[in-house]
Design a protein around this ligand. Structure first.
Ligand code: PGA
Length: 261
């Protein structure tokens, strides 16, 4: 049984007071939610304050990035130990904005994933094709390269230690969402790749969809059998929108909903 995870990626938004205001509103709106994990990824500067504000709530904390070395002369970087110290349980690795704007590579993502796991952080490993790659029929080969390189020599003790996010680059921040069918096709392909790497544990690894997720499309996306949650950017900045996404509804019978509440 895969417990759905909804991650709010705030990107480079919000000062500490703004972040605390958003958390306050969210706490009022989602405190009754059970059967799904709610994870917030504020910018580094707000991690510690948000962590304190989340104590006793049903939400946990993620960072948006980190560096794979333990410590030392790496100006501007943040280590896994520092994220744990700030109260993080999760960390995003290989977001397409990091790949495109900050030249992150699959090899670098691999080092991050291995370090996150050995440090006790759950990596949310992002993969996804660009529009040009999709249009030239390369979606599956791109996903295969990104995923297999990012997960090279990775061991997990339990399937919940690893989260994958499929985020088609053309759907991020564009308002263009992959159709549930398009997303499911890639999610099921990813599940197949995970099976080759992790055998039966692959059935319990959560695969999130990301790219213009909003209240209007979350319910339909979540009815797909291999979509186990969402990585939400823009819509995670507004409490009412994010709360509605967290409270996604899947019609009975659409999928095994017992554990969804
Ligand atoms: P978006 O961003 O929801 O604004 O498209 C998703 C992401 O970048 O994780």
């Amino acid at each position: 049984m895969r417990k759905p995870v909804i991650v709010g990626n705030w990107k480079m938004n919000y000062t500490i007071p703004d972040a605390l205001e958003l958390v306050k509103r969210l706490k009022m709106m989602v405190s009754e939610v059970k059967g799904r994990e709610i994870v917030l990824a504020p910018p580094f500067t707000a991690l510690s304050s948000v962590s304190k504000a989340l104590v006793g709530s049903n939400m946990t904390l993620a960072a948006q990035n980190f560096y794979w070395e333990d410590k030392g002369a790496f100006t501007g970087e943040v280590s896994a130990e520092m994220l744990l110290d700030a109260g993080c349980d999760y960390v995003i690795a290989g977001h397409s904005e990091r790949r495109q704007l900050f030249a992150e590579t699959d090899e670098g993502v691999n080092r991050k994933v291995r370090l996150a796991l050995s440090s006790g952080l759950i990596p949310v490993v992002c993969v996804g094709e660009t529009l040009a790659e999709r249009e030239s029929g390369e979606t599956f080969s791109v996903i295969e390269r990104q995923l297999t390189t990012s997960l090279r020599t990775v061991n997990i003790s339990i399937p919940e230690d690893l989260v994958i996010a499929y985020e088609p680059v053309w759907a991020i921040g564009t308002g263009k969402t992959a159709t549930p069918g398009q997303a499911q096709e890639v999610h099921s392909y990813i599940r197949g790749l995970l099976k080759k790497i992790f055998n039966d544990a692959a059935d319990d690894i959560r695969i999130l969809y990301g790219g213009s997720v909003k209240p209007e499309n979350i319910d339909e996306l979540m009815t797909e059998p291999d979509i186990d949650g969402a990585l939400v950017g823009g819509a995670s900045l507004k409490a009412d929108l994010f709360a509605r996404i967290v409270k996604f509804k899947v019609p009975e019978m659409a999928k095994d909903t017992e554990h969804y509440l």
